[in-house]
Design a protein around this ligand. Structure first.
Ligand SMILES: Cc1cc2nc3c(=O)[nH]c(=O)nc-3n(C[C@H](O)[C@H](O)[C@H](O)COP(=O)(O)OP(=O)(O)OC[C@H]3O[C@@H](n4cnc5c(N)ncnc54)[C@H](O)[C@@H]3O)c2cc1C
Length: 418
């Protein structure tokens, strides 16, 4: 039995290794279009590879995936974060968990992950061919013919296979999926996920480098299936072009499609005090007045906000920083409270987050059985990784999806057609 894996990234390697582990007698070959293997693994996590996340409960883990969470929840019962940790550690890659639960190799070097995958591929006899791009797949009875535009002189223009695992990653353009559409698959149009907000006309940018944590942010007038508003919590970083940080990235991921439809022009509502509402803050200030009443508002910031941000809020509301808390006019206090819990900034564009970006969209999850990762429209074709309409927030979840779907695809189980 000849198995061709298309794509030499995380999902393709893991699928090929799983295939050899489950079917040692099969010929397994990875075809990679470029001259580099595991290129994204190399640059991932700032060169350290954040390969998974220390979340060991499948239903909790699934909640980090704006697209694909429901399907992955089932898939995690076959291979989850615990299995990832065990898989790498049993092959000599020691892992560590950072404070925010992201997991990295102890060596803090993505090369250790690459070396491990390459070593396993060599040990199990996976054949790897670079510089072969698949341009078309034809099914003739039960066999497949793959047309290639092989750049290497010795490369054949046609490759045959009994089964194919497609792990070709995401594409920013829908045309990049045409060869999969030709096989009958529905393609969910790709749009960027994990981006930061550009705010060309907001003066808050002068505070670049300032972090507020935790804040609660939402997009004005945009809801989700489960909630009236699209919102997220966490740290917010002010940058020289607008806003970034985990809270912003999370929101960009959950709102990827809606924000794209709005052409990245929207109002961001910020509660700088996290989960406190206006009345709670007002009551708190009133109770504190006996302690802080005689102090100047500019000198006494009663919240865990940086002084630069606090002074900016006073300036924004035209409050003299030398006014004492006791002399702060009711009208000014009201304005200040509104800024603290319901501040509004105009986003006009986005910037791709360089550390970890993914595309939302790809092969529709409706077309794939998550028991086996086999296509429901074309028997013998399996999918793994980012080629599918699966993506997650930052934190190691995108690689976890690649390991999980790759592992299952490599088993080559059979599913009924649609
Ligand atoms: C800069 C950066 C940092 C990241 N850091 C992290 C991180 O720390 N943690 C995390 O969880 N996620 C991270 N991600 C996301 C993660 O890298 C991806 O989700 C993951 O690599 C997807 O793996 P994949 O194998 O599905 O796709 P890819 O890694 O994209 O691999 C697909 C491969 O298929 C090849 N290919 C495509 N089409 C064809 C074809 N027709 N024929 C032959 N070969 C083909 C491509 O050349 C490529 O090598 C990061 C992403 C980026 C861009």
């Amino acid at each position: 039995m000849k198995i061709v894996v298309i794509g030499g990234g995380a999902a393709g390697f893991f699928a090929a290794l799983s295939c050899k582990m489950h079917h040692p007698d099969y010929d397994v070959c990875i075809l990679e279009q470029s001259d580099k293997l595991l290129a994204k693994v190399k640059v991932s996590g700032g060169g350290r590879c954040n390969l998974t996340h220390a979340c060991f409960e499948n239903s909790q883990l699934a909640k980090f995936y704006p697209r694909g969470g429901k399907q992955l929840k089932k898939a995690f019962s076959q291979f989850n974060t615990k299995d990832t940790v065990q898989w790498f550690e049993s092959r000599g890659v020691k892992l560590k968990t950072e404070e925010d639960n992201r997991m990295f190799p102890v060596a803090d070097n993505s090369q250790t992950i690459i070396d491990c995958l390459m070593r396993e591929a060599d040990k199990l006899g996976v054949v790897i061919q670079k510089m072969i791009a698949i341009t078309e797949i034809r099914k003739i009875e039960n066999d497949f013919i793959l047309l290639t535009n092989g750049k290497a002189p010795s490369t054949a223009r046609r490759v045959t296979a009994d089964k194919i695992i497609i792990a070709s990653g995401g594409s920013p353009k829908i045309e990049g999926f045409n060869w999969l559409k030709q096989l009958g698959h529905t393609i969910v149009p790709p749009v960027p996920s994990l981006f930061t907000f550009n705010m060309p006309n907001e003066s808050i940018k002068k505070l670049m480098g300032v972090v507020a944590n935790p804040v609660s942010i939402k997009i004005k007038g945009v809801g989700t299936q489960n909630s009236a508003s699209l919102r997220s919590e966490g740290a917010l970083l002010i940058t020289h072009w607008g806003m970034s940080g985990p809270a912003v990235l999370k929101l960009s991921s959950w709102g990827a499609r809606k924000l794209n439809a709005m052409n990245y022009k929207f109002d961001v509502l910020i509660n700088w005090l996290g989960d406190k509402n206006e009345q709670q803050v007002r009551d708190w200030i009133n109770a504190e007045l006996k302690n802080i009443g005689k102090r100047q508002v500019g000198n006494k910031n009663p919240f865990l906000l940086t002084n630069r941000l606090w002074l900016y809020f006073l300036e924004k509301n035209e409050i003299n920083a030398e006014t004492t808390w006791n002399h702060l006019k009711k009208k000014n206090l009201n304005k200040l409270l509104n800024t603290l819990v319901n501040d509004c900034y105009k986003a006009e564009g986005k910037t791709t987050f360089k550390e970890e970006f993914v595309t939302c969209g790809g092969v529709s999850l409706e077309d794939v059985s998550f028991e086996t990762m086999e296509s429901k429209v074309c028997h013998g074709i399996y999918f793994a990784g980012e080629v599918l309409d699966i993506d997650a927030v930052t934190g190691g979840f995108n690689f976890q999806a690649a390991w999980t779907t790759g592992f299952i695809a490599g088993k080559l189980g059979r599913s009924p057609l649609k």
